[in-house]
Design a binder for this molecule. Structure first.
Ligand code: MN
Length: 133
């Protein structure tokens, strides 16, 4: 097996549902991304610090600390504050979307995952990563 000529982007998936986790992992790996997986916010934060992923996909409803609180921890830490974090949740109410935006998420992907648009959505979030002006 030969490695990719350009290092594949690394995406950290924080998701406590094994079926969703597997779906997202498979979609990402099929598209050539490298993945890291965490089933709790606490584990995800530790992996973000140690591996510096290019993007974090953050489930909102998690056991223990939820995804909203986890975003706060990532943003407050210089080691992780610049990593784009996208909320992944079934919450579709407009006021919920506003709440995610105000909380500082870089984007929002709705569950159930749309397998046809998922990869292009992700690529947009990764490409959109810019130093804040
Ligand atoms: Mn969940």
């Amino acid at each position: 097996m030969t490695g990719p000529s350009v290092e594949a982007k690394l995406v950290l998936i924080v998701e406590d549902n094994e079926i969703n986790l597997k779906l997202v992992r498979d979609l990402l790996q099929y598209r050539g991304y490298r993945t890291l997986e965490a089933m709790s916010a606490e584990e995800g934060i530790a992996l973000a610090i140690s591996h510096q992923p290019d993007l974090v996909l953050m489930d909102i409803r998690l056991p223990g600390m939820d995804g909203m609180a986890a975003l706060g921890v990532l943003r407050a830490d210089d080691r992780t504050s610049g990593i784009p974090v996208v909320a992944v949740t079934a919450s579709v109410m407009p006021e919920e979307r506003d709440r995610f935006r105000l909380a500082g998420f870089d984007g929002f992907i709705e569950k159930p995952i749309d397998v046809r648009s998922f990869a292009s959505q992700l690529q947009g979030f990764i490409d959109g990563r810019q130093p804040s002006a």
